[in-house]
Structure formats: structure tokens, C-alpha cells
Design a protein around this ligand. Structure first.
Ligand SMILES: *Cc1c(COP(=O)(O)O)cnc(C)c1O
Length: 364
């Protein structure tokens, strides 16, 4: 099998989705499965739908087009980044819904929907402190009225996004504010909002804490489903698999090397001050392994080596390991856990093969 290779266990993604759906359903919260860290893989999207997601979402129109082709069972496909003005025709074609923050884009979406004889659903984003996308709470009622005035647009609801730009924690205060805004929008438009999208995986500690969910009835979940973690502290949530993705790389050299570098020292390939992490405290020699894996494949950040091995450094094409008591040979494969950043980079690298696997299941 080719390496480097990203192995994707679709059963674990399905199980993670199901676990979250079962936890959130009694609280009246649906799960929208976010596929962006898996590049809109239809296999991943289908696993989320089998696990009970109410729809799928992605930040890129290319990924939503893949999902439209490959995962037709998804009732909704939501673009979760404000549409580019230059892409509105594609947005209306491949997304049922988009998150929006301004009238210029809404007008263009309305026109595109008219051209394509479709209707397009809109969720208006409100900025509640994280300082990324969204209009101010004071402006959302007016934008909701304007949206309702566009013939080919349907106002589905409002939403917010926290914990991304500034790390603002979702809590009773900001979620309560969103619920109160729902009531304001409803009373001034006379329309009941069907979607109140409270946020991303960072909302889970709040949503599962027993707090009153108020009017929040949807979360857009990517990281928790894919990696089992919540983004505030990157802890693994109880009941979730953290190893649905594994990066496999191949050994190309094994040798006994000096514990410290020899010669006078300048910058390393990537300008770090310390050439090899941890060498300062090493004495004598160590059992070094070089893998055919580098920064053109994955970020070092979040890469976790098997127990007993230590990652010492990575340049563009070489990953250097201390193999400890292991006995690796050239040609052997080593498996790594990846973090969110590593996953996003590995899956987008042209050098990494993605291999999705699913257990044979009863179909009758
Ligand atoms: C990426 C993203 C999500 C999903 O975030 P996770 O932390 O992966 O759950 C939700 N909403 C928006 C707007 C996003 O950009």
C-alpha cells in the first residue's frame, strides 16, 4: 500500500456522530455534520448521515459540490463561510443553505436563485464577541426583514460562531443572548425561525452541561465528530473515538546516531533555534529512524507517535524519530494520530493518499 497514507475509519465517524446525536437530541439540539476538515468527502458525509446528522455543512463550495454529487441523502447542504460574491451562482447550485452577513451578497444570491429558478435558504450570523463573522445584535432584525423581502431567499434562522478567532467560550450568557435575539427577530418579522445554530464543537461542553439550551436547536459539528475532541482544551469527549484518522508513514533509514549535533550551529531548515528537540539532554547515541514524511505532507503540530517513540524534528521531507526500544526496519510502517491542523493539512496534501474503510455491514 502506498505511503504516506491517511486511513479514515468511517465506522468510528458514524459512531461519533450517533453518540453526539443521542446526547443532544433530548436537549432539542440537532447535529449538522461539518465535513471541511475531510475536504467534503462523500464517504465521511454519508457516515455522518448514517449516524443521525440532520444535514451536512462545509466552508468551501468545491466540497459542497462533491457532497451534492456523492451524498444525495443529505437533506441540507450548508455553506458555513459567507459566500464569495464571485461564487453566488455556484453557491445556489450546490448548497441548499448558506450563512450570511450582508445585503450585497444576499442580493446576489437572490438574483442567482432567480436565474436558476430555485430558492435558497439563509441563516444570518450574529457576532457575539469572538470578533469573526456576523452582524451586530442590533443589526440582525433589520437584516432579517431585508432577507424576507427577497423573493428567492428563505430566512431559515440565525446563528453565531464562537471560539475561533478569539477563543471566546460559549456559555449561558452568549447563548442566552442568541435565544433572546431569536425572539426579537420573530416578533418583528412575524416568522418562526426553524434553525437556531449555536456554534461549533466548542459549544459541546456548554450544550452537554445541563444548561438550558433556550432556543438553540442546531450545532455545526466537525472536530468532535472527526477527532473526538472539543476545541477549547482539546480534550477527548467521553464516549467518542479519537482515532478515526491515522497517518501512516514508511521507514527509509534506521541507524545509530550521535545524541547531539557535531559542528557549529546555524539555522535549521525551518529556522528553529534548537536543531533537534530534546538533544541537549541526550548523552551518547540513540536509535534513530527516518520516515518519508515531511511538512509537505503534514504539520508537526498535533502529530502523535506510537508509545515509546519520540518525534525529534521534521523538515520538508524527513521526519526524525528516536525509536527507543522498538526495532524498526526500512519498509516498516509507523502510525500517527493527527490533530485538527495536521488532519487539514494531510488531507489536502497531494502526496498523501486517503483511504476510507468501512466494515461490511448487514444490508438486509
Ligand atoms: C469550521 C466551522 C464549524 C465547525 O467547527 P468544528 O470546531 O470543527 O466543530 C462550524 N461553524 C463554522 C462557521 C465553521 O467555520
Amino acid at each position: 500500500m502506498t505511503t504516506p497514507r491517511l486511513e479514515v475509519d468511517l465506522d468510528k465517524i458514524e459512531a461519533n456522530t450517533r453518540h453526539l446525536v443521542e446526547q443532544l437530541d433530548p436537549r432539542g439540539i440537532r447535529v449538522t455534520g461539518v465535513t471541511k476538515a475531510a475536504l467534503g468527502s462523500p464517504g465521511v458525509g454519508a457516515a455522518m448521515m448514517r449516524g443521525g446528522a440532520s444535514g451536512l455543512a462545509d466552508s468551501r463550495i468545491e466540497n459542497l459540490a462533491r457532497l451534492a454529487e456523492g451524498t444525495p441523502e443529505a437533506a441540507s447542504r450548508t455553506l458555513i463561510r459567507s459566500p464569495m460574491l464571485s461564487q453566488v451562482e455556484r453557491v445556489v447550485r450546490s448548497a441548499t443553505t448558506s450563512l450570511n452577513t450582508g445585503l450585497t451578497v444576499l442580493d446576489a444570491l437572490d438574483l442567482a436563485a432567480r436565474n436558476q429558478r430555485r430558492t435558497h435558504h439563509v441563516i444570518l450570523m450574529v457576532e457575539l464577541g469572538d470578533l469573526r463573522e456576523g452582524v451586530s445584535p442590533a443589526a440582525v432584525v433589520e437584516l432579517a426583514r431585508e432577507t424576507r423581502g427577497r423573493r428567492r431567499l428563505r430566512l431559515s434562522g440565525i446563528g453565531t460562531n464562537l471560539a475561533c478567532q478569539s477563543g471566546v467560550v460559549p456559555d449561558d450568557a452568549n447563548m442566552g443572548e442568541l435565544s433572546r435575539l431569536v425572539e426579537k427577530v420573530e416578533s418583528s418579522t412575524g416568522q418562526r425561525l426553524t434553525v437556531v445554530s449555536g456554534g461549533n464543537s466548542a459549544n459541546l461542553p456548554w450544550a452537554l452541561s445541563g444548561s438550558d439550551p433556550g432556543r438553540i436547536n442546531d450545532l455545526r459539528l466537525g472536530e468532535a465528530i472527526l477527532l473526538g475532541t472539543e476545541p477549547l482544551e482539546r480534550s477527548v469527549l467521553p464516549g467518542l473515538h479519537a482515532d478515526a484518522f491515522q497517518l501512516v508513514a514508511e521507514v527509509i533509514e534506521v541507524g545509530v546516531k550521535q545524541a547531539g549535533p557535531r559542528g557549529s550551529l546555524g539555522q535549521t531548515a525551518y529556522g528553529e533555534l534548537v536543531p533537534i528537540v530534546g538533544t541537549a539532554s541526550r548523552r551518547g547515541t540513540f536509535r534513530q529512524v527516518i520516515l518519508a514524511l515531511g511538512r509537505q505532507d503534514v504539520l508537526l503540530d498535533g502529530l502523535v507517535a506510537p508509545a515509546g517513540m519520540e518525534i525529534l524534528g521534521m523538515s520538508s521531507d524527513h521526519l526524525v524519530l528516536d525509536q527507543g526500544d522498538h526495532r524498526l526496519e526500512p519498509g516498516d510502517e509507523v502510525r500517527f494520530a493527527v490533530g485538527y491542523g495536521g488532519l487539514v493539512q494531510a488531507i489536502a496534501s497531494p502526496f498523501v493518499t486517503v483511504e476510507e474503510t468501512r466494515r461490511e455491514t448487514w444490508s438486509g
